[in-house]
Design a protein around this ligand. Structure first.
Ligand code: HEC
Length: 143
């Protein structure tokens, strides 16, 4: 009796080992081969496509939120009135804003002056640079 039980257990174990052995090579050969290429594809395709668009998306939202009240959403500027008086807001689509360098525009955004508020405490240099890019690309239509 006992030897039959042992034989059954050994047979079951043998079957189990054979089953594992025959399923593992196929699992090993198919899953690792498929998954790195799958993760590489999902990890690499959206990332480069998303990041430049996101930079401008952030700048676009910032511009709408805090710059457009003076410069208008399209950057055309004009007169801005508040309790303290009337500001002449330059058009960012033409004139000085086009001929001035990126550095000069970034400095103006950071340090302000002559009616333009200073944003160096509210916006990081990176976000200010993205705003300059946004002005160049989407307001002035440049690259
Ligand atoms: C309170 C109104 C106001 C707000 C808000 C404002 N600006 Fe201005 N901005 C001005 C005025 C006024 C000037 C002109 C300053 C001068 O004459 O030097 C100016 C000038 C500029 C210039 C320089 C243009 C040139 O011809 O060289 C840039 C670039 C600029 N603003 C970008 C921005 C950005 C980006 C924001 C938002 C983060 C912003 N401004 C928010 C009023 C404003």
């Amino acid at each position: 009796m006992r030897s039959i039980k042992i034989a059954v257990i050994i047979a079951a174990l043998a079957l189990f080992i054979i089953a594992c052995d025959s399923s593992q090579p196929s699992a090993n050969s198919s899953t690792p081969a498929a998954s790195p290429s799958a993760t590489a594809a999902t990890a690499s395709t959206p990332a480069p496509a998303a990041s430049p668009a996101d930079e401008l998306a952030d700048a676009r939202a910032t511009f709408k939120q805090i710059c457009a009240r003076c410069h208008k959403e399209d950057g055309s500027g004009g007169e801005f009135k508040d309790e303290s008086g009337t500001l002449k807001v330059p058009n960012l689509r033409e004139g000085h804003a086009v001929s001035h360098t990126d550095e000069r525009l970034a400095k103006k955004i950071a340090n302000g002056g002559d009616g333009m508020p200073a944003f160096s405490k509210r916006l990081s240099p990176e976000r200010i640079n993205n705003l300059v890019r946004y002005i160049r690309v989407e307001i002035q239509g440049k690259k």
